[in-house]
Design a protein around this ligand. Sequence first.
Ligand code: SF4
Length: 395
Amino acid sequence: MKDYAISFYKNFKCLGGECPRTCCQGWKILVDDKTYNRVFHYDGLDSFLPEIQESMTTRYFFSLTRKPEHVMRQNLSGKCVCLTPDGLCKMHKLLRFNVMPAVCINYPRRSYDLGNISETTLELACPEAARLLLEHQGPLQMEEMKLEEPYEVNWIIGNEDEAFLKFLMDLRTALSEQIYDKPDLNKDILNQIYKMSFDIHHELLRDKLSEANNILQSFQLTDKEAADDAIDYMFYPMEIMDKVIAYNICPQVTDCNHKDLRKVIRYYFKCFDKLTDSEAREFYLRNYDVMSQEIEGLEEKYKSYYIYYLHEMLMSAYEDYHILRVILLGNMYMQIYRVLDMVAWLMAKEQGKKYDMASQSELLSNLERRMRHNLSITDGIMERIRKEFLNGNES
Ligand code: SF4
């Protein structure tokens, strides 16, 4: 098997105790069957974890739930029992990978086994991965790279439709290269990508991969002919995006794991509440102009995010053939990221703070954590897109 990883993977090094976040805080940690069985087939943990104090051993043992699924129980502050006061994982420190759930070993790596090859990206919910993406220069692509020990490919896609896999890879390359060559990722460009994926979706529903291939071969992103009206970046009506932010993404007041994102969303409401769709667009554009003068390479950053997203998510369609879903969600994530990035910048300005790279990475990582890495939120967003954007016209 050949292993590939996203361009900036080789520069990743966990920040350890210096990290502004803790990987596992606030997340339900699923324990894979392999690890669970390994732990419970031993006569207690003491025999193979001699260095771990008795209290930690017992706590770890009892923190694994047995039914209906195996998860690590957390303490009242939403922290794993293995977390030490310096913000590190006790098991990781002791290199006890044999008893750690696969997700704890691999995070923030996300790897797909695609048959003859594997591909790894880094989750941007990790602020260091987010920083690496934002600082990355040049095109993003998969580069041949051996996944080092103890990390392993953790997402196996059992499809053997090699022709479709090749199609997906060609699609990803074509989109990434064409987007990279464009000066910005405006509404018109996102619309062309959406229309193409809509047509491809319909051919795939009829099992016509060759037709889908023809659509891809003739696909070329074009610039708008007449600059008759102002450039627009909002693919979805602002009203739909607003509902996604308010009802799907906004964390509960009591949810202390997302308090920084909550502050940004509260500021978003302050800025956008009571604006009509066109006023909200205007507000975004006006402030975007100023922001792009203050922050260099803004459009490159948004293009990188979208291309990164394609590298992480397009291959998931190898499992269910649902390319359209990936694109519709990607366009929504892109729009929300743009708007909340601007809101975070405005908020920093009002507070007299600098919206530097650390703050930008934190916003992106907080947003990814909430918006993309929660299955029920993703399903909720997709449901809203289906009802309010597609109006049931998906198939
Ligand atoms: S979030 Fe990233 S940088 Fe922070 S501790 Fe986890 S892996 Fe390390």
